[in-house]
Design a protein around this ligand. Structure first.
Ligand SMILES: C[S@@+](CC[C@H](N)C(=O)[O-])C[C@H]1O[C@@H](n2cnc3c(N)ncnc32)[C@H](O)[C@@H]1O
Length: 374
């Protein structure tokens, strides 16, 4: 019988199969055009025949002035050779279901219509034998796994990595990008801000958010993709889409948004902005209400990150259990947490006061700890 671990791994693999729409990609990428000129772009979680990241870069190869485009597909993808074909043309796809890499050094105007379009990309994939190669994997990682030696070699060659990676491996994925000191623009869940590796990069000003993080992003999913909430499902022309909440772009490439100054209008008062009982910081429950005249540490909602201008604010840490950032002024004992639970819920239990900022004996939501710079 399959172990629980195997079952949850399979579930995570399956849940990782959601596909970004071309409109979301081009909407964000328009802010980085000049930074892509002359660059080798790698899409390393992208079946070239199905990914709109590949499609975007192949179609805009000449306009963006790319040096090279590399895309790799992954062994365990449920769609490799199966669904969501971008180039739905008999015989175009390489034989079999093996993961492969495609490398493109140029996109000539084969059909001579004066522009490079999808048919030119198709022509290239059909006729240039040098563009595709099967991936084999290695002793440790399967074919097309971003951690496999073949894929790491592509990563080493790349200047910029742009994709929507598997959310279940987001920590590892970001750590790898940072270790290789690559430029990147990737999609992730807002919750990832909480991951130590991500937050440490934010603190070091080596990772920030992209531009187009508002609104709802709909991702194409296989028909059997499990979605519990009805309002998050959309079917259009027989194609299933999923919207999964706070999805953001994470990057280390400069963009105009991070230079915008957040306009502040409120003034500080101890009544409106209570000091936490366990941090030398004040509670600011809405980003728009950050006081313009408070010079100390402030706890703000994580949505602040979307407004973060490093010239205006400094990141110090976040409210969390282990006091990783050395900002706590008080650590509650187990007895205090048990007493707090009884006082609030009237029964036995443990209220983990150490997990958050505390005001009036109650935990507040997740908070980032910041300070104004000017
Ligand atoms: C969220 S989907 C996005 C796919 C595509 N990048 C897009 O945006 O349309 C993540 C993709 O990563 C692939 N994947 C999962 N684990 C992987 C791994 N270890 N290495 C490389 N790709 C992986 C999945 O098969 C899936 O296609």
């Amino acid at each position: 019988m399959a172990s629980n671990q195997t079952v949850s791994k399979a579930k995570a693999n399956k849940q990782d199969e959601f596909y970004t729409q071309l409109s979301d990609i081009s909407n964000e990428l328009r802010h980085y055009r000049s930074q892509l000129r002359g660059k080798t772009v790698l899409c390393n979680c992208d079946d070239p025949y199905e990914s709109n990241f590949f499609r975007y870069f192949a179609l805009n190869f000449n306009t963006l002035g790319l040096k090279k485009l590399i895309a790799t597909s992954y062994a365990k993808s449920t769609i490799v050779g199966a669904h969501l074909p971008l180039f739905d043309i008999e015989g175009l796809k390489p034989e079999g279901r093996k993961p492969y890499a495609i490398e493109i050094n140029e996109v000539p105007d084969h059909n001579g219509d004066g522009a490079t379009d999808l048919s030119d990309v198709e022509y290239l994939l059909r006729h240039d034998a040098n563009t595709a190669r099967t991936l084999k994997g290695d002793a440790e990682w399967g074919a097309g796994d971003f951690r496999s030696a073949e894929c790491v070699a592509y990563l080493a060659e790349a200047d910029v990595v742009v994709t929507n990676p598997p959310f279940s491996l987001f920590r590892e994925y970001v750590a790898q990008l940072a270790a290789h000191e690559k430029q990147f623009l990737i999609i992730g869940n807002q919750n990832a801000i909480d991951y130590r590796v991500v937050f440490d990069l934010i603190r070091q000003d080596k990772l920030w958010l992209g531009v187009e993080n508002g609104g709802t992003k709909w991702f194409r999913v296989p028909d059997d993709y499990d979605i519990q909430t009805e309002s998050r499902i959309k079917i259009e022309d027989g194609i299933k889409y999923f919207s999964m909440g706070s999805i953001m772009w994470f990057t280390n490439m400069d963009n105009p948004k991070r230079h915008e100054t957040l306009t502040l209008y409120k003034t500080y008062s101890p009544e409106e902005y209570p000091t936490y009982e366990n941090y030398a910081a004040i509670e600011v429950s809405r980003v728009a209400e950050i006081p313009e005249d408070y010079d100390g540490v402030m706890g703000v909602p994580i949505t602040f990150l979307d407004k973060y201008n490093p010239d205006q604010f400094e990141f110090l840490g976040m409210c969390e259990n282990k006091d990783l950032f050395g900002l706590k002024t008080r650590v509650y004992s187990t007895k205090e947490c048990q007493d707090a639970y009884r006082a609030i819920f009237g029964r036995k239990g443990t209220y983990d006061l150490n997990a958050a900022g505390v005001v009036g004996g109650r935990k507040v939501y997740k908070r980032l700890l910041i300070k104004r710079k000017r």
